[in-house]
Design a protein around this ligand. Structure first.
Ligand code: AAT
Length: 284
């Protein structure tokens, strides 16, 4: 039998491959090329423009880390905006908090949502929660037009800064996020990876822009086996709360949420960065 491998370039000199069982779907939407595959090792996965977005095996790492760090820092979060995140994994984790009243998800590409509902119910299964509103538009335009001081939390669950995701790394975008957040609002943003230079460059650019806007800016790390180098970051930017000093970790533990990656030791530990990462961020 013929072996079929999915291969993506992690740099111009490094490739990453997964043996696939089938190519479930391919199409080019108005925004990007979308492919869904089935594999032994990672289960079902999908790629956008030839880059891994979500797979059944490590999605829990990413979706735990984008959601629970902010929620443990401020348990009074009621109104949340998710930008991107068409697979639904971030909304699934948010929907576990009964205290959240409103979840708006602004995804540019409706096809990602519809195909995830078909092939990845493990992530898309909570998109029908009554608190969720799906809006199919550009996140950049959405925040530009939104009123001041509306959301307690914004999660930027976006692609890398190429293609439709580019605007979600701009100064204008971060500035509008600041404006639409409440006085104690938190922004979690896609912060790329410190390891390979092309990603590290984007990490520094994003950090330098956010540092100039928010009084509290931190970066935290986690392990994503299928993203380039496996070493990935989110940014934590906030108007009031420090994720280490102000988090009520006991209160989070009392909620009794069962998570596979996040726990309150990880909450603290994830902000401890390797020296080379600290140095790059300091000079960003
Ligand atoms: N939950 C992890 C999945 C993603 S997918 C990122 C989503 O962002 C995609 O569905 C894409 O269509 C959407 N997106 C891209 N640009 C915009 C935009 N301007 N406005 C709204 N949505 C957008 C993240 C994977 C991270 C990969 C890291 N290497």
């Amino acid at each position: 039998m013929l072996d079929l491998w999915y291969t993506e370039n992690h740099t111009d000199h490094v490739k990453f491959s997964i043996k696939t069982k089938s190519h479930l779907h391919t199409e080019t939407s108005p925004f990007q090329q979308i492919d869904f595959f089935e594999s032994e090792e990672f289960g079902t996965f999908f790629t956008l423009d030839g880059l891994m977005m979500v797979n059944e095996k490590d999605e829990f790492v990413y979706h735990d880390m984008i959601t629970h760090v902010a929620m443990a820092t401020n348990p009074n979060i009621k109104k949340v905006l998710v930008i991107g995140g068409g697979d639904g994994g971030t909304v699934r984790e948010l929907a576990r908090y009964e205290s959240i009243e409103q979840i708006d998800m602004v995804e540019i590409d409706e096809r990602v949502v519809r195909l995830s509902q078909e092939y990845l119910p493990i992530t898309a299964g909570k998109l029908e929660d009554p608190r969720v509103t799906l809006l199919f538009e550009d996140g950049l335009a959405y925040v530009k037009n939104k009123e001041d001081g509306y959301y307690d939390l914004i999660l930027v669950d976006s692609t890398d800064p190429i293609g439709p995701g580019e605007g979600l790394f701009s100064h204008d975008f971060y500035n509008n996020c600041f404006r639409v957040l409440t006085d104690d609002g938190i922004l979690i943003n896609q912060h790329e990876s410190p390891y390979y230079p092309s990603y590290a460059h984007e990490m520094k650019r994003a950090h330098s822009k956010i540092k100039g806007l928010f009084p509290i800016t931190r970066v935290y790390q986690f392990h994503m086996p299928t993203y380039p180098s496996g070493h990935w970051l989110f940014g934590f930017a906030s108007k009031k709360y420090d994720p280490l000093k102000d988090a009520d970790l006991d209160a989070w533990n009392k909620l009794g949420l069962k998570t596979k990656y996040y726990n309150t030791d990880i909450h603290t530990g994830a902000f401890a960065l390797p020296t080379f990462v600290k140095e790059m961020l300091e000079d960003a």
